[in-house]
Design a protein. Structure first.
Length: 83
């Protein structure tokens, strides 16, 4: 079933579009109400998390390069074949 959206806020109830409540219906039993303010906040939180993750990945890539450079200097033990 397709999702349906319907504004639940009546005319002249709010002073800002971000406060308008919109109901999402997926089926007869499940309804969820959203506001633009809620959605914008969730987007901002997720974008901040993405930025933090990207920063951490960059730091780990720099660390990996340094560790790999040093690891290449180590002479590895040769495993003797068992006869």
């Amino acid at each position: 079933m397709a999702k349906l959206y319907e504004a639940k806020t009546k005319d002249d109830e709010v002073t800002d579009k971000n406060m308008v409540q919109v109901e999402e219906t997926q089926d007869v039993e499940k309804k969820t109400t959203y506001t633009l303010a809620y959605i914008n906040t969730r987007i901002a939180v997720l974008q901040a998390q993405v930025t933090n993750i990207q920063t951490e990945i960059t730091e780990l890539e720099i660390l990996k390069t340094a560790v790999d450079f040093e690891a290449e200097k180590v002479i590895l033990k040769v495993i003797e074949p068992v006869e």
